[in-house]
Ligand binder design. Structure first.
Ligand code: MRU
Length: 349
């Protein structure tokens, strides 16, 4: 993506450092965060300096490679196992994180440099998958399409392009007219802060909407299709994605609006039979109770926006049942969210 005339990826490795766009400061400040050790990279994932299924997958792969680079010769095996445990306990829901760790962990058994090469391959594959998802998703759109999206499954959530937003970028590049309604996505506001920032940079017309405006928009015929990302997809097609996705799917189903999930095959989990097997991350209630923004002097401040003394419930994801999903846009094409189709796809992957 182009930021101020320069092309960026969300995350990359430079020597033994992992470099990433600092997503907690966006859209107010654009800065690059450096993680010198695998512990720094773990912290960046937990704190959501880097976030989004594909981006944390790449981060986790790079962290595993960093661990190989810094492991002492005499104690290598224990050090690497400990590092793997640390990386895997950063965030539990996105499948890409575990997929990337496994690949780099195995590759590093050959040599340290092989671990780095494998981590780079994981990141490159994420970029290619996202680009192909864009091609397949764009084919679903006519000359003019109004799309609703939730959270951020764009360039910032992956190494590049994204999943739910990739078809939108491709459609625009193909000369189609697209208009995007962006759910603000409380509590952390990934829609209002990140998706809106991306679309603004790309000059794609859009409006940020409060999360509770989606039903009214769908009822009044303003939405042609919904596209969201995914953090983990079970064998039967149930999809875990950012909290609030389920509401959108139910509403879209009620009004007969196509509801698409865009995700690479690395997000499918052959070990989860259905959505009940997916572990849902619960985050700090303070994310609900406080909001961040710029004050009149341009300083980033955090303010309490709820009744003092009340606690909050903060699940980060929910599960949308397969029957509410029109199709899953993958890098291999659009597939039905159903057991037989997914099984065949994963067997041939
Ligand atoms: O908690 P986040 O911001 O890491 O959430 C993950 C997501 O980005 C969304 O659920 C997204 O829609 C999935 S695709 C990256």
């Amino acid at each position: 993506m182009n930021v101020g005339g320069k092309t960026y990826q969300t995350i990359w490795m430079e020597g033994s450092s992992v470099m990433m766009i600092h997503q907690n400061l966006l859209p107010f400040v654009f800065s690059i965060h450096e993680c010198k050790t695998h512990w720094d990279t773990c912290m960046a994932i937990t704190e959501m300096i880097v976030r989004g299924a594909g981006a944390i997958g790449a981060a986790a792969g790079f962290a595993m490679a960093q661990a190989y680079l810094s492991a002492p010769e005499e104690d290598m095996e224990d050090y690497i196992r400990e590092a793997r445990k640390d990386i895997e306990s950063t965030r539990p829901t996105a499948k890409n994180l575990f997929y990337a760790v496994e690949r780099v962990f195995e590759a590093g058994k050959l040599s340290r440099i092989n671990a780095v090469t494998e981590a780079q391959r994981v990141a490159l594959k994420d970029t290619e998958d996202s680009r192909n998802i864009g091609r397949f998703g764009s084919a679903l759109m006519g000359k003019r399409t109004n799309i609703l999206t939730h959270c951020n499954a764009g360039w910032l959530a992956f190494v590049d392009y994204g999943t739910a937003l990739s078809p939108i970028y491709t459609a625009r590049n193909e000369g189609k007219e697209v208009f995007v309604y962006v759910d603000e996505t409380r509590p952390r506001g990934q829609g209002a802060r990140l998706t809106a920032w991306e679309l603004h940079n790309e000059k794609i017309p859009h409006l940020i909407i409060p999360d509770n405006a989606a039903a009214g928009l769908m009822a009044s015929g303003k939405i042609d299709m919904v596209i969201v990302g995914a953090d983990r997809i079970a064998q039967n097609g149930d999809v875990a994605n950012k909290i609030g996705t389920l509401d959108r799917a139910i509403i879209a189903h009620f009004y007969g609006i196509p509801f698409y999930v865009a995700a690479p095959l690395t997000t499918f989990d052959a070990k989860c039979r259905n959505g009940k097997d997916i572990l849902i991350e619960h985050r700090n209630p303070e994310e609900v109770l406080y909001q961040e923004g710029l004050d009149a002097n341009g300083n980033l401040v955090r303010v309490l926006v709820c009744s003092p003394g009340s606690d909050a419930y903060n699940p980060a994801f929910d599960v949308t049942p397969a029957k509410l999903i029109t199709g899953i846009i993958t890098e291999k094409g659009i597939v039905k969210a159903q057991y037989q189709t997914i099984k065949k796809l994963l067997t041939n992957a």
